[in-house]
Design a protein around this ligand. Structure first.
Ligand SMILES: Nc1ncnc2c1ncn2[C@@H]1O[C@H](COP(=O)(O)OP(=O)(O)O)[C@@H](O)[C@H]1O
Ligand SMILES: [Mg+2]
Length: 263
């Protein structure tokens, strides 16, 4: 029997404008988007199409001009602890060690000191940084910092992960490695994710569904179900013919914008 999936995030007819004294930019218009319980949804689209804006509304940082966003059926109104956000240039606290950077959300949650330590070590082992707990951020490579940021996000463990190009500044090889680790951990945790990326391959490899946005004002242009098995081999899946077909379809969908004289 098919079970109807419960929606974690439900966005309906969302319109967002940035208004200053002189100008008003419509960043999003009439956007409908949902993320089911435990579902991994990626959003791809040209630069400036409103992807970050969408996440800011979902995180409660930004209020829509029209439409609404709901978390577990309740209208999102301001920032709450149920939603966790990872940004592209997610800064670690430079004056704190790796251990303390990951420990912070656990302390905020009120775990005991010894539970905090156990959890930090478990998470650092998960991202392969057990040996670096006493290091400071400036002593780490970009990829390592990203792993610490991921460990911190999993320490925070929100009900909904909002990720805005979290692997953005990494080189291609590191990006694949981090993506692989992230997918492995996520497949165990199984929380709802709304993930922004400009990388079509990354989107397909990670997601249950890929949503394509068109350029200004941002609208949902198409959605693609990714019916590939899980656990999924993050890198090798790229050579699967079903993957390649999806990639071709999404690519064509995005290219239409350009032919119409878009960005
Ligand atoms: N704070 C802001 N003030 C005015 N315009 C903004 C602001 N943030 C974003 N925009 C505009 O809104 C549109 C969408 O931006 P954004 O959501 O950052 O796009 P993306 O993340 O897809 O690149 C762009 O045209 C951008 O210039
Ligand atoms: Mg952005």
């Amino acid at each position: 029997m098919m079970m109807k999936r419960q929606e974690k995030l439900q966005i309906d007819q969302l319109t967002v404008r940035y208004t200053t004294r002189e100008t008003s930019t419509t960043a999003l218009e009439g956007v409908d988007l949902h993320v089911g319980e435990g579902e991994f949804v990626s959003v791809v689209g040209p630069s400036g199409c409103g992807k970050s804006t969408l996440l800011k509304v979902a995180s409660g940082l930004l209020k829509p001009a029209a439409g609404e966003a709901r978390l577990d059926g309740r209208v999102i109104n301001g920032v709450t602890g149920e939603v966790g956000m990872v940004f592209q240039n997610d800064a670690l606290l430079p004056w704190k060690t790796v251990f303390d950077n990951v420990r912070l959300p656990l302390a905020v949650k009120g775990l005991s000191r010894s539970d905090q330590a156990t959890e930090v070590r478990r998470l650092l082992a998960m991202v392969g940084l057990s040996e670096f707990e006493d290091f400071y951020p400036k002593q780490l490579s970009g990829g390592m910092k990203k792993r610490v940021a991921l460990a911190r996000t999993f320490a925070y463990d929100p009900d909904l992960y909002l990720m805005d190009e979290p692997f953005g500044p990494l080189d291609a090889q590191t990006r694949v490695k981090i993506g692989e680790e992230f997918l492995k951990i996520w497949e165990k945790v199984g929380k709802s994710v709304l993930f922004i990326t400009h990388d079509i391959e990354e989107a397909i490899a990670l997601s249950d569904r890929v949503v394509v946005m068109s350029s200004r004002p941002g609208r949902i242009k198409a959605e693609f179900e990714v019916n590939l098995e899980r656990p999924r081999p993050f890198y090798e899946i790229r050579f699967d013919s079903r993957f390649k077909e999806l990639q071709r379809q999404i690519w064509n969908c995005m290219a239409e914008d350009e032919q119409k004289g878009g960005v």
